[in-house]
Design a protein. Structure first.
Length: 217
C-alpha cells in the first residue's frame, strides 16, 4: 500500500524542509520511488526535493487551484510512487485567509496524515501545551506523529518523549542540534546540487527517526 503524509510545523524555521529533504533522500537511497510535493507556490524547496528524489516536485496550492485539481495532481504524479511526501509551508494553519489555503487544508483535501516537526531548542514539557493545541485545533486534521528538531541530548529527548506519552501522540524521533545542518539552510536559492550536509542528514535520520513507522501511515 502506498504511504502518503504531509510534513508540517507550528512555525516557519522549525526544520520541516531539512527533515522532508532528509526523509526523501533516505527513502530514495533505500530504493523507494518517492514523489515529492510542496504546499503553495514555492519554487525553492521543490528544487531541493528534485535534487534528492530524481523526479520533479509538484506544487499543491488551494489558492491558485480548486481542491479537485489539487487531488488530481496528487493522484497523477503519485500514481507510480511508493511514497508521497508533501512538504507544508509556514505554520500548519497559516493560510491566505485564516487557515484557507494552509497546509492543514491541503492535508484535509488529500485526506492524508500530518507529521509535525517541532523545534525543541530551549524547550521541554512546555511543548505539551503547544502539541495539545495543534492536535485538537481542527477535528479533520490528523496529526499522526511528531519529530523533534534541535534536540540537545538523549536526556532532553527522553523529556520530549514523556510529552508525547502523556498526550498519546506517537513520537517518531528527533534530529540533534547540528551546526552542519544549520549551515545547510543558508544554501537557499544558490546551488541545489551541492548540499554537503545531505550525507550526514541521511545518517542522522536513519539513526534517530522511526522512518519505517512513517511508511505505515
Amino acid at each position: 500500500m502506498k504511504s502518503s503524509f504531509l510534513i508540517a510545523a507550528p512555525t516557519s524555521g522549525s526544520g520541516k524542509t531539512t527533515i522532508a529533504r532528509g526523509l526523501m533522500a533516505l527513502l530514495t537511497a533505500k530504493g523507494y520511488q518517492v514523489q515529492p510535493f510542496k504546499c503553495g507556490p514555492d519554487y525553492i524547496d521543490t528544487k531541493f526535493h528534485e535534487a534528492v528524489c530524481g523526479r520533479p516536485s509538484v506544487n499543491l496550492d488551494t489558492f491558485m487551484a480548486t481542491p479537485e485539481h489539487v487531488c488530481e495532481l496528487f493522484a497523477h504524479y503519485g500514481k507510480d510512487a511508493d511514497v508521497c511526501i508533501v512538504e507544508g509551508m509556514m505554520g500548519l494553519f497559516d493560510g491566505y485567509d485564516r487557515d484557507k489555503g494552509s497546509s492543514a487544508e491541503i492535508a484535509q483535501v488529500l485526506d492524508i496524515p500530518v507529521v509535525l516537526v517541532v523545534d525543541a531548542k530551549s524547550a521541554a514539557y512546555s511543548t505539551a501545551a503547544l502539541l495539545s493545541g495543534f492536535v485538537h485545533f481542527r477535528e479533520g486534521v490528523h496529526v499522526a506523529g511528531v519529530i523533534f528538531n534541535r534536540v540537545g541530548s538523549e536526556k532532553h529527548f527522553a523529556m520530549l518523549q514523556q510529552v508525547c506519552y502523556d498526550l498519546n501522540i506517537p513520537c517518531l524521533g528527533y534530529l540533534p542540534k547540528s551546526t552542519v545542518l544549520e549551515q545547510g539552510s543558508r544554501y537557499l536559492g544558490l546551488d541545489f546540487s551541492q548540499l554537503p550536509e545531505t550525507k550526514q542528514l541521511v545518517e542522522l535520520i536513519e539513526h534517530h527517526v522511526r522512518w519505517k513507522q512513517l511508511l505505515s501511515e
